[in-house]
Write a protein that binds this ligand. Sequence first.
Ligand SMILES: CC(C)(COP(=O)(O)OP(=O)(O)OC[C@H]1O[C@@H](n2cnc3c(N)ncnc32)[C@H](O)[C@@H]1OP(=O)(O)O)[C@@H](O)C(=O)NCCC(=O)NCCS
Length: 210
Amino acid sequence: MTTPSSTSLTIRRAGEADVVEIVDLAQAAYRGEGGWTTEAHLVSGSRTHADEVRGMLADPAVTLLVAELEATEREPESPGAEEADAGTSGAAESAGTSGTSLVGCCYTRQDPADDAGTIRAELGLFAVHPSAQSRGLGGRLLESQADLLGQAGVDVLMIQVLQSRTELHAWYERHGFLRTGAAVPFPGDPEWLQVQGLGMDLMERPLRTS
Ligand SMILES: CC(C)(COP(=O)(O)OP(=O)(O)OC[C@H]1O[C@@H](n2cnc3c(N)ncnc32)[C@H](O)[C@@H]1OP(=O)(O)O)[C@@H](O)C(=O)NCCC(=O)NCCS
């Protein structure tokens, strides 16, 4: 008998075969329970759907990354060997017989340069499965996007964060974002809002200093 006792993580570009898993992952992370931050108490409905994700894949301005966890099965050795990988074993076990599962995703959409020549990209669909959260994966996905965008000449990364999610504002601030002071309306169906009138705060992170 073998057990998924060793895991490795790959961050790669998403493809058509990932669409269904991305939809499920986003729903579990944004509107499910079990993670350290969720919007389940603020917003109902579907976070995304397959056609929206396919639209992202078809858009040349979009970079959609996924984090894939692969479980390496081996004969059980000692209890200590499994404990060493406890940080990701829960998500690995959800991988089923294939041995891999998507545990994270993150997209950016690059805008044309504005009148001042500044190029911005917006971050979104940023999700880590609740069973894999709080182990640095979100930070790794964010930095992978920042690296790619920096190489592509993007100056500023933007994010819209639901008002009242103070723990999430703090997370973005620890990762180099600042509030711009601007806010925009909730982009989805207003009937999904559990707190009427809740908007989105805009935050930005410079990617290049010159
Ligand atoms: C936001 C999200 C992508 C981050 O992914 P993650 O893998 O959990 O992120 P990391 O492990 O890199 O970071 C977790 C951080 O939360 C902190 N944290 C853990 N539990 C916490 C808690 N109860 N309260 C506040 N912060 C907490 C950790 O200390 C860590 O801080 P650090 O980055 O300064 O070290 C993920 O939580 C998620 O999918 N959330 C639901 C969807 C969502 O809200 N997306 C963003 C929309 S704008």
